[in-house]
Design a protein. Structure first.
Lengths: 305, 217
């Protein structure tokens, strides 16, 4: 019952958090910034509109937003939100889930290619390239966690008997994982040093250029999917930094959402302090995250014998 | 307690890795400041150093000041006076450097296992960190062209040697007198580098050491 409650809360609150990023960025730019609920207004506005479909597109184009949003929602069912046991969990669910996210990306790319617009093809190529590199880092993290916990599911990672924590054996290595996961979060969710969600020039976009042809409810679904994905990555980082103990009861839930808010503030800080990379520097950024995790995985040889 | 030691060592390793990947010299100097502070804090956290007199404490404070503030400060001042802000064409590229970093750490784990040293309990990572830092310092010196990056590689090498010192000596901070001498050498080296850097920059409008090869009498 509590799990249903937290998941419903997460689904409802996820569009609130990107507003925090905007507020932080506005604060550092010395502006007032849009209201905190801006993303809800955007979603409402988009849902009230109709969709426009180009005559050159097929059903693949309509499939893209639905699958990417559904995939991002699905991952929340498996994740121990707020330290509650997730609704569904089985051995190996992490691998399935990261591939479901990959499936969402695949269909977004397919939809972009379906429009036959050269801009969108270019964005799709970049997204596929950086996504491939990021996948290597994600699986290096899973290998490391498997060595640390002997488990392959989110529930085991965070609320299992041998859950991950900074205080445990090899806990120091989590520092490398946190840095690397934060870099992955920025890459996977098209945040600033990798991609600029607010840019206006199609040539420099990665993710935004792929969804140029989507409109109305389709665009709303894509936005919602990206909010859930960002929420999932932030929750992942927060639970590694601060594992929630079972005996805290319902107090865990506000703690969890507050902590996630802090991760979003950190994203906002990074976005205010950094300019985006040149396109040829992005692979180096993603590869650095891979090397960090590989470092940690090699170092487990020292800790776990 | 041993966890804090491990976290400190992981931060040192992180700084080693980031220094291999960064192409901005200012960022590199900042990373070196962090590494210097972490390296000089480490002996304070180790258990077999927990009983030390006021002399020892003053010694370590001076260490933090020199490694964390004075040397990076000098580098920063030197950097402010030259035109070059980035290492444009390293001899070994940044992707390859990162990969080399991975190989270095694998090798240093292998070496640590083979040495069979009786390390203090719970600090197995210490020697690995030390050897990685030394080798990465060497690597940085070999693979970069700018004078300032080479000096930073030298500094990293010194940090690594200091770590080996802390790993192998059991008690008595008096043993660190030797380290202190080495540190003074490095300090003088950095100062001289600052002057030379200024002169190279003055003559060639750049701090690329390759230009020195063209000099004839």
């Amino acid at each position: 019952m509590e799990s249903f409650f937290t998941i419903a809360l997460a689904l409802l609150l996820a569009p609130l958090f990107p507003g925090i990023i905007l507020k932080v960025k506005a604060f550092f730019a010395g502006k007032k910034g849009p209201p905190l609920l801006i993303k809800y207004y955007t979603l409402l506005k988009l849902l009230q509109k109709g969709s426009v479909y180009s005559t050159s597109t097929t059903f693949v184009f309509k499939l893209g937003p639905i699958i990417s949003c559904a995939g991002a929602m699905m991952i929340l069912l498996f994740f121990p939100l707020g330290g509650m046991s997730p609704l569904v969990s089985f051995h190996g669910d992490v691998i399935v889930l990261f591939y479901i996210l990959g499936l969402g990306r695949f269909f977004t790319i397919a939809a972009a290619l379906d429009t036959a617009s050269p801009f969108e093809g270019m964005g799709a190529a970049r997204e596929a390239f950086f996504g491939t590199l990021a996948e290597a880092s994600i699986f290096a993290i899973l290998i490391l966690f498997y060595r640390m916990t002997g488990a392959l599911s989110f529930a085991e990672y965070f609320i299992g008997a041998r859950s991950i924590s900074m205080a445990g054996t090899a806990g120091a290595l989590l520092l490398l994982v946190i840095v690397s996961l934060f870099m992955l979060l920025l890459t996977e969710n098209s945040r600033v040093p990798v991609d600029d969600p607010a840019t206006h020039l199609e040539l420099t976009m990665i993710h935004e250029v792929m969804i140029l042809d989507h409109s109305g409810p389709d665009l709303a679904l894509i936005e919602l999917g990206s909010f859930y994905k960002l929420f999932f990555y932030s929750a992942f980082i927060f639970l590694i930094i601060f594992p929630l103990k079972a005996e805290w009861g319902l107090f865990k839930v506000p703690l969890f959402f507050g902590g996630i808010g802090l991760v979003y503030v950190a994203i906002g800080l990074v976005e205010s302090g950094m300019a985006r990379f040149k396109m040829n520097l992005v692979p180096k950024f993603v590869l650095t995250s891979l090397v960090l995790v590989s470092f940690a995985a090699i170092l487990t040889m020292e800790f776990i014998k | 307690m041993s966890n804090i030691v491990n976290i400190t060592m992981v931060i040192i390793l992180l700084s080693v890795l980031l220094s291999l990947a960064s192409n901005r010299l200012i960022a590199l100097v900042k990373i070196m400041a962090l590494q210097g502070i972490m390296v000089s804090l480490l002996p304070l956290l180790l258990e077999h150093h927990s009983r030390m007199g006021s002399g020892g404490l003053i010694f370590f404070q001076v260490m933090i000041l020199i490694k964390g503030a004075l040397i990076p400060g000098l580098l920063y001042v030197a950097l402010k006076r030259v035109v070059t802000k980035r290492e444009i064409e390293p001899i070994i590229g940044y992707h390859a450097s990162l990969f080399a970093g991975l190989i270095i750490i694998l090798l240093s784990i292998f070496i640590t296992e083979r040495l069979h040293l009786s390390l203090p309990k719970g600090h197995d990572l210490l020697l690995t960190t030390a050897i990685t830092t030394i080798s990465a310092g060497f690597f940085l010196m070999m693979s970069r062209k700018k004078a300032i990056t080479q000096v930073i590689g030298y500094l990293m090498l010194e940090n690594g040697i200091y770590l080996v010192g802390t790993a192998l000596t059991k008690h008595a901070h008096t043993l660190y007198v030797v380290e202190f001498g080495v540190l003074l050498d490095v300090l003088v080296g950095v100062m001289i580098m600052g002057i030379i850097l200024h002169n190279i920059n003055h003559t060639f409008d750049d701090i690329d050491t390759d230009h020195l090869n063209l000099l004839k009498d």
